[in-house]
Design a protein around this ligand. Structure first.
Ligand code: NAP
Ligand code: HSE
Length: 425
């Protein structure tokens, strides 16, 4: 069976190598040989390995118009032209395997409608790298009423935060290393500003709860504002900061969000290190499940891509479609309806009464405080960290408004959701 691979970067390279080095194994599993006959790249000036040179093309039409190519593996990234190429391939009756969460989160249902009957659209690698979470939700857990999904679904940000926590390195150094290891997106803002995690939790929630989530409606907060002070404060409070994506079914609809979250040590997500991802799923009758494993990088991602290629190849020979995507929109409920604890770092003038004014701002909004600490005091400046008790977002916003009007408050420097119930007395 002939395959074309679009993209020969971090993931594409591993996929092509593995399909060739494990040719016999995969042939035995499939009962047929998989042959990579064409590889699409963009940069005509780049040197390519000898082993692939004869198969490189810069013209996608050569692939789309070749009737012998049955599976197109899209590993280019970005929204366009990837989306149009996937659509054209599906319309041409080719099965498509992709790792592209941006395309699936924005256009998954429309693309699945475009597919010809024999053509599958598979995207296991789009969420949580090597962890088989898409198939688990679509197949193994299909007999459950799912209630909640929480997870660390971005390897780059988890790598950066773990590095800062464990080795005390700077944000910039940790990010440079994540890029070098191939974890980061082509534009790492997608990782740092939580867009990537929003796309992933939207895909998971759409599959788990049965309505398509609008990615633009999901509230998000990235990790750029987190400093060594927050990391040290979290440690003193007995916790760690992780970028957590959450989706919960409520009687009124779904709540979704991605934000840095202070979680207590001992929590199942607290010890997820480096580019590992972990996804907690709760449902009836299954109860609680945790999936954990490598969430980014060429080798882990190639595992999911090749699994999909073999699945797509099998289904072309024996028939049957693997994936059904919900098409109706999922009603989202604002996260703010739930009460959460929050961690906040504030920069104050170091002057008498400053702390009293801060306390008043919170008290005036009906927000209780669990902890107030002063990790930094220097040249007329005092940096304090505050942890609130369970608070609705609207109350917190009232307190923030009062703080902004407070003459002693110079700046609010970070705001982090805190799953603190077990952390503080
Ligand atoms: P990458 O290293 O940036 O590689 C992209 C490849 O696609 C390059 O070979 C590039 O060609 C080619 N390409 C890009 N735009 C193209 C265009 N318009 N026409 C033709 N070729 C084009 O990306 P990656 O890290 O492998 O990621 C690929 C996809 O997998 C993305 O959707 C990403 O989100 C997803 N993913 C990545 C990871 C990871 O850990 N890296 C994990 C899971 C999912 P040149 O070689 O000519 O530049
Ligand atoms: N940039 C993504 C991450 C790649 O760091 O998780 C895997 O999807």
């Amino acid at each position: 069976m002939r395959i074309a691979v679009l993209g020969l970067g971090t993931v594409g390279r591993y996929v092509v190598d593995a399909l060739e080095s494990e040719r016999e194994l995969f042939s035995a599993r499939l009962g047929e040989e998989l042959v990579v006959s064409r590889i699409l790249v963009r940069d005509q000036g780049s040197e390519r390995p000898e082993s692939v040179r004869g198969r490189i093309t810069f013209a996608v039409e050569e692939i789309l118009k070749d009737p012998e190519i049955e599976i197109v593996v899209e590993l280019m990234g970005g929204y366009e032209p990837a989306r149009s190429i996937i659509e054209a391939a599906l319309k041409a009756g080719k099965s498509v395997v992709t790792a592209n969460k941006e395309v699936i989160a924005r256009s998954g249902p429309a693309l699945s409608l475009a597919a010809q009957p024999a053509a599958d659209l598979l995207f296991e690698a789009a969420v949580a790298g090597g962890i088989p979470i898409i198939r688990s939700l679509q197949e193994s857990l299909a007999g459950n009423r799912l209630q909640a999904i929480y997870g660390i679904v971005n390897g780059t940000t988890n790598f950066v935060l773990s590095r800062m926590q464990r080795e005390g390195g700077s944000f910039v150094e940790a990010l440079a290393e994540a890029k070098r290891l191939g974890y980061a997106e082509a534009d790492p803002s997608d990782d740092l500003d939580a867009l990537d995690a929003v796309r992933k939790i939207s895909i998971l929630a759409s599959l788990a709860f049965g309505g398509w989530v609008d990615v633009d409606a999901v509230p998000k907060e990235g990790i750029r504002g987190i400093t060594e002070v927050d990391i040290a404060e979290a440690k003193s409070l007995g916790g760690v900061i992780k970028l957590v994506a959450r989706a919960e079914a409520t009687p009124d609809g779904l709540t979704l969000g991605v934000s840095p979250t202070l979680i207590p040590l001992g929590h199942p997500l607290a010890d997820v290190q480096g580019a590992q991802n972990a996804i907690y799923v709760r449902g009836e009758p299954i109860g609680e499940l945790i999936f954990q494993g490598p969430g980014a990088g060429g080798p882990a991602t190639s595992s999911a891509v090749i699994g999909d290629i073999i699945d797509a190849a099998r289904s072309r020979r024996v028939g049957g479609r693997s994936v059904a995507l919900p098409r109706e929109p999922a009603p989202l409920v604002p996260l703010g309806q739930h009460a959460h604890c929050y961690y906040m770092r504030l920069r104050l003038h170091d002057e008498p009464g400053a702390l009293a004014l801060v306390a008043q701002a919170f008290a005036g909004a009906g927000v209780t405080l669990r902890s107030v600490r002063q990790p930094v005091r220097e040249a007329g400046i005092s940096v304090i960290s505050v942890v609130t008790g369970p608070t609705r977002r609207a109350q917190l916003e009232d307190a923030r408004l009062s703080l902004r009007g407070c003459p002693s408050v110079l700046a609010e420097e970070s705001l982090i959701l805190a799953e603190m119930e077990s952390l503080l007395p």
